[in-house]
Design a protein around this ligand. Sequence first.
Ligand code: PEP
Length: 249
Amino acid sequence: MRKKIVAGNWKMNHDLAQTEMFLVDLKKQVLPEEVTVMIAPAFTNLNHAFNSLREHPVTVAAQNMHQNNNGAFTGEVSAEMLKSLGVETVIIGHSERRAQFNETNEILSEKVKTAIANKMTVIFCVGEELEERKQNNHLKLIESQLTEGVFQQPETAWKNIVIAYEPVWAIGTGETATPQQAQEMHQHIRTVIANKYSKSTANDVSILYGGSVKPNNASEIFNQPDVDGGLIGGASLEVESFMKIVNAF
Ligand code: PEP
C-alpha cells in the first residue's frame, strides 16, 4: 500500500545538543496518523534519536551506508551497524553523494542490494541536473538511474523501496519544480516501474518529491496524484517548518 511520507534529511547539520532540542520539541507535536514521519540525522546522532523516539511514531533513518557488511573501509558505516541501533531505513543515492562522493549507479545498486538483504527500507534518490532538463533528456536519465540502481531487485523487494525524485537544480537552491513538473516525472517513474515489474507494484510504491519544499509550497506539490510526500532538506531542520510540511497533505 502506498504511504504518505515526509522525511527530513538533515545532511551534515545539527550536533547532539541541537538534535536533542529538536527532539524535545518534536515529541510535543501531534502527528497526523496517515503520514509516516521520518528524520535522518547524522550518524553520530542516530543512536540518541532512535532511543529518544522509541515511544513516538517517528522513523529514524540514516543518510547513507556502505555496500559491504564489514571490513577495511575506514570512516564507513554498514547496514549491520545501523540495524544494531534499531535503524532500519536508509537514504541511498542522494545527489550530493552521487556528485561529491563519486557514488555511481553501480555502487548505488550494490548499496541497495545490501540494504534489502539486511531487510532495510531504502529511500532511493534520483534526479537530473538542469542541463539535462534543458536538453529534454530528464525522463530518460531518471529511467536509467532506476534501471541501473534499483531494477536489479526482485519485485518482492519493492515493498521496502521508496523513490525520491529530487531534481538537482532544485536542491537547496530555493527553486522548486512546479507541481506539473513533479507530477510529470512521478507519473513517468510509476510507468517505468510498471513496465519493468507490474502495475500493482508501481501503484504501491511511494514516490517522494524533494527540492526546496517549504511550508508555502508543500501543499500544491503533495496534492499531485503521483506525489506521496517529500524528502525535505533545509526546512526539516526546524520543528515548526517541518511540521507545517508534515501537515501539508
Ligand atoms: C535534500 O537534501 O534532499 C533536499 C531536498 O534539500 P532542500 O529541501 O534543502 O532543497
